[in-house]
Every structure is written in structure tokens, then in C-alpha cells.
Ligand binder design. Structure first.
Ligand SMILES: C[S@@+](CC[C@H](N)C(=O)[O-])C[C@H]1O[C@@H](n2cnc3c(N)ncnc32)[C@H](O)[C@@H]1O
Length: 218
């Protein structure tokens, strides 16, 4: 299991390197079409250093924004005191049933690989009926030509230089976690099994970045 506490200060640089700096564009895209009433409650689950939380705050500044992460060190990077920070496991948050009007996560489900079902089950419990659950993750690309480029960049060049620059094995973890992760279709199935309806699936870079837009059914 990867220790996010250890890389909390380097995390933002690492994601920029991993995504050619496109990560914030994708995070903004995730919530681009979402409209919410004033005072709605929004959860950024697995918020990390708050990159998505900040974007939520700017767009929905009349709502209540919560950030949950089990790494205290990652969350110390969230400096905005209007964000309600909770240091907790996303599979057992302690929130009341049907509490949130929107739940999002970016790049959380890969580290959660073996407890995704528990996570979706918990998010279904705390989200209100008919409200959105939106998740974004990195996958191995579907297009075989792009996959070749992706493999050379992520699994060879980035792994080698990323580890050297950060003086860590973060990029070995990153490369292995992408290689060993589920398909997006499997993630869709777990969402459906946990009582979510898939509304839309958005793919970037030939399926290497995928956003699942879903809604709680009951
Ligand atoms: C790859 S980072 C993504 C952070 C942020 N969402 C982003 O877009 O940059 C994954 C985060 O998930 C958190 N995390 C992993 N497993 C978790 C769990 N079971 N409960 C809460 N947070 C978890 C880690 O501590 C880390 O901050």
C-alpha cells in the first residue's frame, strides 16, 4: 500500500509530471455542467492536497464544501479555512445517511483498488437520492498505438526520471498501480451493483483518463 504521507509535499509536482499539467483541466471538466442550489453540501472524497476541492470552492462558493482524506499530511496542504476538512477513511466516513448533494473524487479509486466496493457502498449511503457521484481515474489506454506511447512515457521514461527527481519510488508505484488496475467497465459494474445509474462516461487521451458520471437511484 502506498504511503501518501511521505509524498505530501511533492504530490502536486508529481501529478503535474504524470499528466503533462493537464490534470486541472480534467478536474474542472468533471464539474463543468453541474448546477447546485445555494447551501448544497459537496464532498471531495480522497481530496489529498485539495486540487479538486479548490476548483469546487471557486465554482460553488455559496455551498458547503467538505474534504475527506485519510492522510492528515496531504490535507495539511488545504489552506482555505472555509473548506471543512475531515481526516477519515472514505469507506467509513461517519456522515449521516443522505447528507450530500454531490460527491466527487479524482484519482482516488486506484489507491483504493481492493476496497472500491466498500467505498461506493459508503458514498451511496451518504449521498441524497437522484444526486450525482462523479469519479475520475487513470486507466491503461484502449487504443493500441497510443498505448505504446503511454507505456514508453509512463512505464519507462517517467518512472526512471520521476523517481530520480523526487528521490523516491513514487513513480514505480504509480506505474504499477496503473498497470494492475481494473478496467473502466469493471468500475461501471461496481457502481451499478451499488445502486448507481451511469449517466455518462467521458474519455480523454484514448481512454487513459475516464470520468464516470453516475446518480444514486435509491
Ligand atoms: C492520488 S491522491 C488524489 C488526491 C486528489 N483527489 C487529487 O485529485 O489530486 C489519492 C488520495 O486518496 C487518499 N486515500 C487513499 N485511500 C483512502 C481511503 N481509504 N480513505 C481516505 N482517503 C484515501 C490518499 O491519502 C490520497 O490523498
Amino acid at each position: 500500500m502506498y504511503n501518501f504521507d511521505k509524498i505530501s509535499l511533492l504530490y502536486d509536482k508529481i501529478t503535474t509530471l504524470e499528466t503533462f499539467g493537464m490534470d486541472n483541466y480534467w478536474r474542472k471538466y468533471m464539474i463543468r455542467d453541474i448546477k447546485l442550489d445555494k447551501n448544497s453540501k459537496i464532498l471531495d472524497s480522497g481530496s489529498g492536497t485539495g486540487k479538486l476541492t479548490d476548483i469546487l470552492y471557486k465554482k460553488f462558493n455559496n455551498c458547503n464544501i467538505y474534504a475527506v482524506d485519510k492522510s492528515q499530511k496531504m490535507m495539511e496542504n488545504i489552506k482555505n479555512n472555509k473548506i471543512i476538512k475531515i481526516n477519515s477513511d472514505v469507506t467509513d466516513t461517519g456522515f449521516n445517511d443522505n447528507y450530500f448533494d454531490l460527491i466527487v473524487s479524482s484519482f482516488l479509486i486506484r489507491p483504493l483498488k481492493n476496497s472500491i466496493n466498500d467505498y461506493f457502498n459508503e458514498m451511496n449511503r451518504i449521498l441524497k437520492k437522484n444526486k450525482n457521484f462523479i469519479i475520475m481515474e487513470i486507466y491503461e489506454p484502449e487504443n493500441k498505438y497510443f498505448k505504446l506511447l503511454f507505456d514508453i512515457y509512463f512505464h519507462i521514461i517517467l518512472k526512471y526520471f520521476g523517481n530520480k527527481i523526487t528521490k523516491s519510488d513514487s513513480f514505480t508505484y504509480f506505474s504499477d498501480s496503473v498497470k494492475n488496475f481494473h478496467s473502466y467497465k469493471y468500475i461501471s459494474d461496481i457502481l451499478i451493483n451499488n445502486n448507481f445509474k451511469i449517466i455518462k462516461i467521458k474519455k480523454f487521451l484514448f481512454g487513459s483518463i475516464i470520468i464516470h458520471y453516475s446518480m444514486k437511484l435509491s
